[in-house]
Design a protein around this ligand. Structure first.
Ligand SMILES: NC(=O)c1ccc[n+]([C@@H]2O[C@H](COP(=O)([O-])OP(=O)(O)OC[C@H]3O[C@@H](n4cnc5c(N)ncnc54)[C@H](OP(=O)(O)O)[C@@H]3O)[C@@H](O)[C@H]2O)c1
Length: 387
């Protein structure tokens, strides 16, 4: 049987390395034909050597490996380099970059009719209508990799879209689930990065702490599953065992459960429509007797206002979700650099949204421009706050 050809954009990051861990266990089923990252050149080359990958790309056009490239590996650079990999020989392109870096490569893969395993939620948030419409036109499948969306996707197998009453996205609540507002004002980088259940990259970890991550996932779910915002609810579920749920029109609720590990969503997307035979994946089967209790409660939107802001941006649509993404990226960068406080993140994003214009229809290029406008507006608001 021929091996399924896979490319990974963002292979040096948290999702990327977890995908490589899954692929390392299943070299007989998959062949990696391309890897890409931003600037971490030496790590990328080491991955290419380990997995015998012929083509690698660095998003940063100025980045270079410190040693000469080993024979048999070709290096391309810049956004075009990522597009070359995305549109190349891979059957499945796994996109796990941050911000809007994966946008044009994802569009390139979709235009070639490839399956796209999408971890980078920002891309559907910014341009959900364009990417889903393109995917339909080119016969490309967008396979969710975010654990919540993978859970919903798994619950929907064998179900028609018309049977969906409501999607219930679960949220761990992050490190500040019960932290009072006064203490949140003093929370710093170390506390925000100390996620109780998930080990992820810094941007998404801070987004989990502010609940912006869940807001972005609400917009992502809207585009992936074609449901209205009124049909998407968020439930805080501290244990991160129920990865999300679907309520159907007859009142039945299906959930997908598992350990808090990205291995299973990654493997499910890579092997779809099959499932890998690997009981040890993601730390092994769930021991139900060990679970003790599963709790659910509504999110506190007073302490975590970014969730409502994201719903509002999603409903307004057009350029607003792209501005939201850019503004949040800047605000999180400022917070991680110690220039603004934790509660300032929401303030900066809110002001950036209020001061950046809005337009109803956007192209892929315009989405990038609106993302940049949101980023710059937030940097300006943040600089004023910091001074
Ligand atoms: N981590 C998780 O468990 C998780 C779960 C669900 C969804 N997600 C989503 O998955 C995406 C990736 O998250 P992550 O936590 O894996 O992030 P991360 O650890 O920060 O990794 C980001 C990756 O993107 C690469 N990159 C950055 N800029 C690039 C550019 N201009 N061109 C090409 N590659 C670039 C980085 O390369 P360098 O190493 O060279 O910087 C790195 O490989 C995010 O959208 C996140 O929301 C993550």
């Amino acid at each position: 049987m021929s091996r399924r050809k896979v490319a990974i954009l963002g292979s040096t990051g948290s999702v990327g390395t977890q995908a490589l861990n899954v692929l390392r266990r299943h070299c007989d089923a998959f062949q990696i034909v391309g890897l890409a990252c931003g600037s971490n050149a030496d790590r990328l080359v080491a991955q290419a050597v380990e997995f015998d990958v012929p083509l690698i790309a660095l998003g940063d056009p100025n980045a270079r490996p410190t040693a000469p490239l080993p024979d048999g590996i070709r290096l391309v650079t810049g956004p075009e380099g990522l597009c070359d990999i995305a549109a190349g020989s891979a059957e499945v392109v796994l996109v796990a970059t941050i911000g809007e870096a994966g946008l044009l490569p994802t569009a390139a893969a979709i235009r070639e009719g490839k399956a796209v395993g999408l971890a980078s939620k920002e891309l559907l948030v910014m341009t959900g209508s364009l990417l889903t419409e393109m995917a339909t036109r080119h016969g490309s499948l967008i396979l969710p990799i975010d654990s919540e969306h993978s859970a919903i996707w798994q619950c929907l197998q064998g179900e028609g879209h018309r049977r969906i009453a409501r999607l219930l996205l679960t949220a761990s609540g992050g490190p500040f689930l019960d932290t009072p507002l006064e203490e949140l004002a003093r929370a710093g980088r170390r506390e925000a990065l100390n996620h109780p259940n998930w080990d992820m990259g810094p941007k998404v970890t801070v987004d989990s702490a502010t609940l912006m991550n869940k807001g972005l996932e609400v917009i992502e779910a809207h585009w992936l599953f074609g449901v209205s915002y009124d049909q998407i609810d968020v439930a805080v579920h501290q244990q991160s065992v129920v990865h999300s749920m679907v309520e159907f029109t007859d009142g039945a609720v299906k959930a997908q459960l598992g350990r808090p590990s990205m291995d299973l969503p990654i493997a499910y997307a890579l092997a779809y429509p099959e499932r890998l035979v690997d009981p040890e994946l993601g730390g092994g089967p769930l021991d139900l007797a060990d679970l003790n209790q599963l709790t659910f409660r509504p999110p506190d939107t007073e302490r975590f206002p970014l969730l409502d802001l994201a719903y509002r941006a999603g409903r307004r649509g057009g350029s607003e979700p792209a501005v939201l993404c850019g503004a949040d990226l800047a605000a999180v960068e400022l917070f991680l650099a110690g220039r603004i406080g934790f509660l300032d993140i929401a303030r900066v994003v809110g002001e950036a949204l209020a001061t950046t214009g809005h337009t109803k229809e956007i192209s892929l290029d315009e989405a990038q421009a609106w993302h940049q406008a949101g980023f710059e507006a937030a940097m300006n608001v943040g600089a004023a706050l910091a001074s």
